[in-house]
Write a protein that binds this ligand. Structure first.
Ligand SMILES: NC(=O)CC[C@H](N)C(=O)O
Length: 305
């Protein structure tokens, strides 16, 4: 497959694309990003890499971090994790409070904010230095020790923490949060504020490719097949909040978005792909990012379906 030619044809198809999305401003620091930025990196299991645009420029990964915190927490908590977080699509926005009250503080899935807060709470209970240890995990799976938190984004989110604080306090009342709420929010906002490029994200997500021929250093970090199956299933059904059905319908790959405008998707045993374009649609997913991935699976005629 001539991936580079396909990527270039997508770029030329979208040259005059009228983006109706808007850059997230509810975290003021994110609003400073240049809305015209675009990057893409495709990482194939045969070792080939392809890229477009600003594929090496770092941006705020935001909710994409929820997949990495889940993978890390599953290593420590194993199946007990599922007693405190469910595995159903929510059909609601990522920061919604409504289901939590009548479902007694058990979040629908680990990829909405409530679920990620519970996963973060578990990590805090296991780790001596949660922020340092989580960052180290991300650096290791991305194979890049220069990855870091953007502390101005984390501080900006802490200043506007009210909705996430409400989620955490409500779950604390239901006894599904064990640690101090402010310390938990600080940890969660830092995870969201990790800055990574498309290249680093595509590499990090190769741990979910469920691929047995990795070299030894990768094998130690790769997620075991049964866990990769579950995490990929959750990405497919819950990775795009109340637009997960639409993403599966148009793109047909497991994936995860973030309000920084990034999307990572993967085809188990084949490739991982990361794309970045900051303007978001009304569901909080990168408008152009979804379009690019839709064209990619349409032109290659390969998806998990
Ligand atoms: N969808 C997202 O990327 C949301 C993450 C963001 N940090 C929040 O909690 O609101």
């Amino acid at each position: 497959m001539n991936y580079q030619a396909i990527l270039e044809s997508i770029q030329s198809d979208l040259k005059d694309y009228k983006n109706t999305g808007k850059v997230a401003t509810y975290i003021p620091e994110l609003g400073k990003v240049d809305s015209s930025k675009f990057g893409l990196h495709l990482n194939c299991i045969n070792g080939n890499h392809y890229h477009l645009g600003a594929s090496q420029e770092r941006f705020s990964i935001q909710s994409i971090s929820k997949v990495l915190s889940l993978a890390f927490a599953l290593k420590l908590e194993r199946n007990k994790l599922w007693n405190r977080v469910d595995v159903e699509p929510s059909g609601d926005p990522f920061n919604s409070l409504v289901q939590l009250e009548y479902e007694k503080g058990i979040p629908r899935n680990p990829f909405i904010n409530a679920g990620a807060l519970v996963v973060s709470d578990m990590l805090m209970s296991h780790l001596k230095n949660p922020k340092e240890d989580f960052l180290q995990y991300v650096r290791d799976i991305a194979g890049d020790q220069s990855i870091d938190y953007d502390t101005s984004v984390a501080a900006s989110e802490m200043q506007h923490k009210y909705r996430n604080a409400a989620l955490a306090h409500l779950m604390k009342d239901f006894k599904n949060i064990n640690n101090d709420v402010d310390a938990l929010l600080d940890f969660y906002f830092h995870q969201c504020a990790i800055a990574m490029s498309c290249q680093q994200l595509a590499q990090a997500f190769s741990i979910f490719l469920n691929y047995s021929k990795q070299d030894q250093s990768q094998q130690a970090l790769a997620v075991p097949p049964m866990i990769a199956k579950r995490i990929n299933a959750l990405m497919l059904t819950c990775g795009f909040y109340d637009e997960s059905g639409e993403f599966a319908f148009r793109v047909g790959l497991p994936g995860k978005s973030g309000v920084g405008g990034g999307i990572v998707a993967l085809h188990p045993k084949h490739y991982s792909i990361a794309v970045w374009s900051p303007p978001l649609n009304e569901k909080g997913n990168s408008e152009l990012g979804m379009k690019v991935l839709e064209l990619f699976t349409s032109k290659t005629e390969i998806s998990v379906f």
